[in-house]
Ligand binder design. Structure first.
Ligand SMILES: Nc1ncnc2c1ncn2[C@@H]1O[C@H](COP(=O)(O)OP(=O)(O)OP(=O)(O)O)[C@@H](O)[C@H]1O
Ligand SMILES: [Mg+2]
Length: 589
């Protein structure tokens, strides 16, 4: 826990250490002020007023010091909280920025956003509201136990033994609660994922599920969440009761021991020497149990925040991509895969097996293959979204692991299958590829990517707002803008994951033309779905279940029997079907 806090605070970790030290001193001082009541009382009982007033001085000093320190501890706790809020998100952000791009799947993204939004707030409140009472609640009784030892060995021993016992009860109830808590958090994350899915996929859900809009996945997730919440409330309430009982049982045992002691004294003349320690012991016992009760009640809050801390710890534990110690410069725009094998996780089968491939600078390679054959995975490895399991990926003759992250990113432009646009204008979205691009550069890229033709329909031209995620534009239009964005970046290598959705003829032509214009200028590796794209390529690589099954020029492969011939036949049939509907018959490949 302390490590996670230190990690979150980074350079500000010193504030946290100072706060902890101050709280410990405060707890000790509170214990000592309680104990310093004893000599005052003892002197009073012995009728020694001068001694009582002498002892009163450290007591008053202790109380005043305690009071002053309390305020400083509170302020230090708040300072730590503020630092967690200010630094924590940055630290976590810096860390996840170094993680493999492939790490950002729906589950991890949901966890990250949950912990940065709610988690940081819960953690920021911990020092002032929970750590202070918990630490003082544990330190103060220790001082009281030491005093009890001085007064009566047996009482001291009982009180000392009670502390680990109490701690064991607290740990046990915390474990029980932790399980309920984990289930609750898992079901909450599931329910929010389902909620987003439900909202985003309304059109699909309604088309397939009619009136209720396919809400049963969401309903199930909410029912699970409610059940988990009920269980959590039940376990939390039970934990508080059990913890309080445990503290009170210890108190009862100590009182019982005091009673036995008293019983032992019955019948004897009650000399002040015997009476004084007894009174003092009873007084100490009542002071011993108060802070412990407080600990019992705060342990629940602490457990609640622990799951957030665990998430933060787990996020920090994800290893960033190893960075090259002495980064090398890629020499040209070539791409080479040498005996590359890759699996997404240890327990999963290999997605790619022993892939060997060389793409010359300025050439165009088309990847084709059935869905799930590993085309996108291969592209991800070139851009180092993940590291290969075996073999090596070389860009410009250098292993991608030996190229600095920024340098590799500058070497490669990418056009993804689902072009994501940011809220803003078309020009803003093109500029993502080169933030300082001039108006002329934006226009040139727009022209090259076939965005200009599309602009004629839009009265505001390049300043047209695209809506969140580009929802105000069609899929083909989005893809054209993403091509312009990739072109303006002017990187020697372009990776294209062509949209699978059948684009309308105009968009398809625009995209093909944009790719054709790049021939010879950039190294293009394209996951091709359109016949026109494949026909343009210098080489075609056919993937089948993670292996290269055919490789060669489109013309040569078209002659050979195999998967490529099958792919061609399929595409021609699809194209023929579409064109037949328009009463035209033409085939270019
Ligand atoms: N993030 C991931 N984690 C685990 N497995 C994955 C992941 N992404 C893809 N896979 C698996 O790897 C295999 C290859 O997927 P990939 O996306 O590379 O195929 P593809 O050829 O691009 O398919 P498509 O044409 O449908 O896009 C599939 O079996 C897929 O389930
Ligand atoms: Mg794919």
């Amino acid at each position: 826990m302390l490590n996670t806090f230190n990690r979150l605070l980074g350079n500000d970790a010193g504030i946290f250490r100072r706060y902890l030290g101050m709280t410990l001193v405060y707890g000790l001082l509170c214990g000592l002020s309680i104990v310093s009541v004893l000599p005052v009382l003892a002197s009073l009982l012995a009728n020694d007023l001068p001694a009582a007033s002498r002892w009163l001085i450290p007591l008053v000093l202790g109380v005043v010091l305690c009071w002053a320190l309390r305020r400083r501890v509170e302020r230090a706790g708040i300072r730590v909280g503020v630092a967690v809020l200010q630094q924590g998100r940055h630290r976590l952000g810096d860390h996840v920025a170094q993680l493999p791009v492939g790490w950002f799947d729906a589950h991890n993204t949901a966890r990250l956003s949950h912990v940065t939004a709610e988690g940081m707030m819960a953690l920021a409140q911990l020092p002032a509201h929970v750590f202070t009472p918990l630490i003082t609640g544990l330190v103060t009784p220790l001082v009281v136990v030491a005093a009890l030892f001085a007064l009566d060995l047996r009482m001291g021993l009982i009180a000392l033994l009670a502390l680990p016992l109490l701690l064991a009860v607290l740990v046990l109830t915390a474990r029980l609660g932790q399980r309920a808590d984990d289930r609750y958090h898992a079901s909450t994350a599931q329910a929010s994922q389902r909620m987003v899915e439900f909202a985003q996929a309304q059109s699909v859900l309604r088309a397939f599920n009619g009136e209720d809009g396919g809400s049963h996945f969401l309903e199930q997730a909410i029912t699970d969440q409610q059940q988990a919440a009920r269980r959590l409330i039940h376990v939390s309430a039970m934990s508080v009761v059990v913890n309080t009982w445990a503290v009170q049982a210890v108190f009862a045992t100590l009182l019982g021991a005091a009673l036995l002691w008293l019983g032992h004294l019955v019948g004897q003349p009650l000399a002040p020497a015997a009476l004084v320690p007894l009174v003092l012991t009873l007084l100490l016992l009542s002071r011993f149990v108060d802070p412990l009760l407080e600990v019992a009640s705060y342990s629940e809050v602490l457990r609640g925040a622990r799951s957030q801390l665990t998430t933060v710890r787990e996020l920090f534990a994800v290893q960033p991509m190893p960075q090259a110690q002495a980064p090398q410069e890629p020499a040209d725009g070539s791409v080479e895969l040498h005996e590359v094998s890759f699996r997404y996780a240890e327990n999963q089968p290999e997605t790619l097996r022993k892939i060997c491939l060389r793409v010359e600078p300025g050439s165009m390679t088309a990847l084709v293959g059935a869905s799930g054959s590993g085309k996108t995975t291969l592209m991800r490895l070139i851009a180092r979204f993940f590291d290969v399991s075996q073999g090596s990926v070389r860009v410009g003759g250098v292993d991608v692991r030996q190229i600095g992250a920024g340098r590799l990113a500058a070497q490669i432009s990418q056009i993804f299958q689902d072009a994501y646009l940011f809220q803003g204008s078309i020009a803003d979205n093109i500029r993502v590829g080169k933030p300082d691009a001039s108006e002329a550069e934006v226009l040139a890229a727009a022209r090259e990517a076939g965005v200009m033709e599309m602009l004629e329909r839009l009265p505001e031209g390049l300043d047209t707002q695209v809506g969140e995620g580009g929802t105000r534009l069609s899929g083909g239009e989005r893809q054209r803008i993403s091509i312009a964005r990739a072109l303006i970046k002017d990187a020697p290598i372009l990776l294209v994951d062509e949209a699978t959705a059948a684009l309308d003829a105009e968009n398809q032509v625009a995209i093909s033309e944009a790719l054709a214009r790049l021939r010879g200028k950039r190294t293009v590796i394209v996951i091709a779905h359109q016949l026109s794209t494949v026909a343009m390529a210098d080489q075609v690589v056919v993937l089948d279940q993670g292996q290269i099954s055919q490789q060669g020029s489109p013309a040569r492969l078209a002659q050979a029997p195999g998967l490529y011939a099958h792919f061609l036949a399929q595409r021609r049939a699809a194209k023929g079907w579409r064109i037949a509907a328009q009463s035209v018959s033409e085939d270019s490949v």
